[in-house]
Write a protein that binds this ligand. Structure first.
Ligand code: PGA
Length: 260
């Protein structure tokens, strides 16, 4: 189970450092509970050194929210994979719907970034998800399948084994209206099947599929209990240690309820 926070463009650096410290403190108060749960935070680029430093002794990985597909060059305002790894970044969110919508990122762009991330040993967290209009038109599964296929075109089995996919229906992001657990499970099963066709059932079974979109402590249990939901990508609820760790607590409960 992976509980990942996407801080988006929130908090200044001292606030981000304080949030990271609160998360580290919360985890240190109940170390055994989280033994089976992976925790990741993805702050903005400017936070990464301070947050990595604050979490250096905590069982929390640190990721970025985007990166450029090339190593270096004349790309004003961009950040490269080698820059991220040089400050100890472990993962990078790619193809978030906000990047697709506001920066016109295409599946081909996401695909280049996925390959670049793997070249530099970063775990890509590939975001996919349909709009409300696409869902209402009955196209949710086909839209998401196309995004998965586009993002992973030419990605090897070895690299797929180091991949995370996040299903984030656009209509659920930041709206307070999460997908119903069954709705989310249905889409996660579509994604799992697609990965199984591409990489085989065993590899597909081990690729963590995160749900994202208004996941909160009160709805996390129902979502995380679904067979193909392996964690959460959490936006607004990741901006306070209480709610973020509240979701991680729910992940612990779900794990404890699983048959041995
Ligand atoms: P939200 O954001 O939890 O605030 O809905 C999730 C995301 O966009 O990753």
């Amino acid at each position: 189970m992976l509980i990942a926070g996407n801080w988006k463009m929130n908090t200044d650096v001292p606030e981000g450092r304080a949030l990271a410290n609160d998360i580290a403190t919360g985890l240190s108060e109940r170390p055994d509970a989280f033994a089976d749960i992976d925790v990741l935070v993805c702050p903005s680029f400017v936070h990464l050194p301070a947050v990595s430093d604050a979490l250096a002794d905590a069982p929390v990985a640190v990721g970025a929210q985007d990166m450029h597909a090339e190593d270096a060059g004349a790309h004003t305002g961009d950040v490269s994979a080698p820059m991220l790894t040089s400050i100890g970044c472990d993962a990078v969110i790619l193809g978030h719907s906000e990047r697709r919508e506001y920066y016109n990122e295409t599946d081909a762009d996401v695909n280049r970034k996925v390959k670049q991330a793997r070249t530099h040993d970063l775990v890509p967290i590939v975001c996919v998800g349909e709009s409300l209009q696409q869902r209402q038109a009955g196209n949710a599964a086909s839209v998401v399948t196309q995004q998965v296929e586009g993002a992973l075109s030419g990605v090897s089995i070895a690299d797929a084994s180091e991949l995370v996919v996040a299903y984030e229906p656009i209509w659920a992001i930041g709206t307070g209206e999460s997908a119903a657990p069954e709705q989310a499970q249905e889409m996660h099963a579509v994604i799992r099947d697609n990965l199984a066709e591409r990489y085989g059932a065993d590899v597909a079974a081990d690729i963590p599929l995160l749900y994202g979109g208004s996941m909160k402590p009160h709805n996390a249990h129902g979502l995380l209990s679904q067979p193909d939901i392996d964690g959460g990508l959490i936006g607004s609820a990741s901006l306070a240690a209480d709610s973020f760790l509240g979701i991680a607590d729910e992940a612990v409960h779900v794990r404890q309820e699983e048959p041995a």
